[in-house]
Design a protein around this ligand. Structure first.
Ligand SMILES: Nc1ncnc2c1ncn2[C@@H]1O[C@H](COP(=O)(O)OP(=O)(O)O)[C@@H](O)[C@H]1O
Ligand SMILES: N[C@@H](CCOP(=O)(O)O)C(=O)O
Length: 292
């Protein structure tokens, strides 16, 4: 039997749609695998009743098939599904590491990125790798067709999860199909600023670089109160606030020492518009961890 923990992740960070991802130090999924003739799946934990146990519809089933590694797979969900915190990716990344170890396949973490991304295709219809990359490797990751680049920044973060469900599949339908040159120039400038900030552990640059004129505004209507929550977090000490992944979680980058007040401000702001919310005070985390 092999057990692996893989973390929640926040994709896009505003300006890096389908490219940027950040591993959070909590929450996380824990996946346990043992060899079997055919793959079977059991799910417990946060939102388990919404997650299919059919291997064709669960991200870990697609990973088992891609690795030709049939197993009984138990998933203990710490990351709520349809949260914008890479729930489907956490399971896929943990399963990729666990099954690779169980069957002694010898893949590197980088080689497991496209394999775990097959799981994402089962969940959202697209094999986007911006969640599975940080879930496997940890830190801040940049995914392109040529591979993954990563650094391990030290940042204070708040992830505020409202009691709203937004499926990634639906949120991908509202993304514009084309962009003006002006919006592209702004996006490249912001994304570059953010990347420099990540390399320097600089929350001001990271926060400024999270602004995005293209994807985030198109998705704002899917999250009741997102504008109010953003303003409240900035007033309380955040340097930048954006939609985490496809939402509904809102992610704030915080100045040192402001995490608690930012978390409270975000929960209160959701409350003002009649939405219950939970805030995680977190930081940048490691990738999937193998337990003995
Ligand atoms: N192992 C899994 N963990 C979480 N969700 C899964 C899993 N396998 C399949 N799904 C499906 O994926 C969808 C959630 O994924 P997604 O919308 O991308 O949310 P998130 O942003 O939390 O990853 C749900 O429809 C869920 O049933
Ligand atoms: N780039 C994807 C990221 C989806 O992240 P999730 O955590 O919501 O699954 C997108 O924005 O669609």
């Amino acid at each position: 039997m092999v057990t692996v923990r893989a973390p929640a992740t926040s994709a896009n960070l505003g300006s890096g749609f389908d490219t940027f991802g950040l591993a959070l130090d909590r929450p996380a999924d824990v996946v346990r695998v043992s060899k079997a003739e055919r793959t079977t799946i059991e799910v417990t934990g946060a939102g388990a009743r919404y997650i299919p146990e059919d291997p064709k519809r669960n991200t870990v089933g697609a990973v088992a098939e891609a690795l030709d590694a049939p197993a009984h797979i138990h998933i203990d969900k710490g990351v709520r599904p349809a949260s914008g915190l890479g729930s489907s990716a956490a399971s896929a990344a943990a399963a990729a590491v666990a099954l690779d170890e169980l069957y002694d396949r010898g893949h590197t973490r980088e080689e497991l990125v496209p394999i775990a991304a097959e799981g994402e295709a089962a969940a959202s219809g697209d094999a986007h790798a911006d969640n599975v990359a940080p879930a496997l490797l940890g830190g801040f990751t940049v995914v392109t067709d040529d591979g993954v680049t990563r650094v391990s920044p030290d940042l204070s973060l708040v992830a505020c999860l409202p009691d709203i469900v937004v499926s990634t599949r639906d949120a991908r339908k509202v993304v514009p199909e084309s962009a003006s040159m002006a919006d592209l120039v702004e996006t490249v400038g912001n994304a570059s600023t953010l990347a420099v900030g990540m390399c320097r552990d600089d929350p001001t640059l990271v926060g400024r670089g999270m602004d995005d004129p293209l994807v985030t505004p198109a998705r704002a209507d899917l999250i009741t109160g997102s504008g109010t929550v953003r303003e409240a977090a900035l007033d309380a000490g955040a340097t930048g606030v954006t939609v985490s992944g496809a939402g509904p979680t809102m992610l704030a980058v915080c100045r040192p020492g402001t995490r608690r007040s930012v978390a409270a401000a975000m929960v209160d702001a959701f409350d003002e518009v009649g939405v219950d919310a939970t805030a995680f005070q977190t930081g940048v985390g490691d990738g999937a961890t193998l337990y003995d």
